[in-house]
Design a protein around this ligand. Sequence first.
Ligand SMILES: Cc1cc2nc3c(=O)[nH]c(=O)nc-3n(C[C@H](O)[C@H](O)[C@H](O)COP(=O)(O)OP(=O)(O)OC[C@H]3O[C@@H](n4cnc5c(N)ncnc54)[C@H](O)[C@@H]3O)c2cc1C
Length: 494
Amino acid sequence: MTGPHVRDVVIVGGGVVGVTLARQLARYHLDVLLLERDAEVGFGVSKANSGIIHSGMHADPDTLKGQLEWPGNVGWLELRDDLGFGFAQVGELLVALSEEEFPTLDALEAQGERKGVPGMTRWDQATIRAHQPNLSREVLAAVWAPTAGVINPYEAVLLIAESAAHNGVEVATDEPLTAIDPPADDPGAPLVLHTPQRRIATRFVVNAAGLFADEVARMAGVGTFTITGRKGEEYLLDRRLAGLVTSIIFPCPTATSKGTLITPTFDGTIMVGPTAEATDDKLDTATTPDGAAQVFAAARRLVPTIDERDVIAEFAGVRAVADTEDFVLGPTARRGFVNAAGIQSPGLTAAPAIADHLVAALASEGLELRERDDFVPEVEHPVRFSVLPDEEQAELAARDPRFARLVCRCELVTEAEITDAIDRGARTLDGLKFRTRAGMGRCQGGFCTWHCLELLAERRGCALTDLTKRGGDSWLIRDRDDAPPTPVEVGERR
Ligand SMILES: Cc1cc2nc3c(=O)[nH]c(=O)nc-3n(C[C@H](O)[C@H](O)[C@H](O)COP(=O)(O)OP(=O)(O)OC[C@H]3O[C@@H](n4cnc5c(N)ncnc54)[C@H](O)[C@@H]3O)c2cc1C
């Protein structure tokens, strides 16, 4: 009789860290399963951040955050070339508003140099003005770092997960890890995990469970750290302000945050934020009047014309802060159980380097890495109709009438793009939005939500009342006799 099927690695958590690790492990002859408790990957903090791939100068080189920030930045270029998600190296300006802040510019520039970040230069007022005429006259000096970039984080996570799945990783959504059996008497025995759906035996577990990584570590009997939440509110401004700044503008940092930034997003809007407030509720993603007031007061110090009336969407994300204030990475006292926890900022930036770090840690714990020769780095990139030249748009529409039917008028998203996203795995309204941008424009889904839901229901063969905004109980349609279905919950606006 054969024994139970034993996996090589189970990754708990499908955020940017979990999916990037999954794709790296897919390069080897390994049996890998990724467990994500949400309806789709990337619905944790990986979709609710500033979307910046940091230049590499910000985090202290004596911490793991600092050591993995710059190599992570470099790793994103390779991922972008393979997968084609939105990522542009627009550069950053770290600005000083007073002479007292000059030593901070010196310190961060020296930090970047120590890490090997190329191209940093010091700009005087005239140079700053020539490049960013809308910045406040109070900006006295700046460090220019061309290596910083802006990314569509949700699009990146979805395509990385898709690539991992194409290369053999099993990506299981709506499947939370709920328990881990205590160690068996035989030290070589596999770890045994439980989800509501099944029992899983595995040689290694990687805990990439974000805000809940401390709970998962406790399940394994190695709860040596706690994770607290630090909330950040972000505000997106109308696309008509595109060009207000053309690089990411950073103030000098505070003890707990990089301060309020002004970011030209990859898709042409301007984002201002985030705040940094401790919160006991790890799921608290509400924006607040206080947060908005803080963000806009700070933003106006950098660009005086910024105005709350231009806000088209707002959201908050919660940073997963470990008590060490650093990443918690690597093996633990429980054989086979490896942490990827406490991944606060610059976790998005560092993710590719975190994945490499974890692969090395797993190898040092005995995971055999035999490279496959059939790993396919690319995935077919979804069509983005709105950015194509007129002739290509006309050609597509002539070939497939679904390209002639606009679903989202603000972001010019066609029916063909929506159905392709559903076929690629979108199961929720947010999943569609993050894949296609339908609902992200000025009207925030006022016009297209209903059509998106109809296409989702039709393509998935389910009832409208089965559909949710982001999984769980975020239902959108109430089942009422005789009355036409009505969207009853819009929830967070992005
Ligand atoms: C406001 C804000 C702005 C930020 N801006 C930036 C930035 O510009 N640049 C940057 O580099 N970093 C930034 N960050 C940090 C960055 O977003 C995070 O470091 C990164 O997204 C963390 O990824 P993760 O995979 O560890 O976590 P997550 O994305 O939260 O993923 C963890 C996943 O684990 C799942 N999970 C939890 N428990 C279980 C379980 N029991 N079973 C199965 N699955 C489970 C969750 O559902 C979740 O999907 C920002 C953070 C915030 C809050």
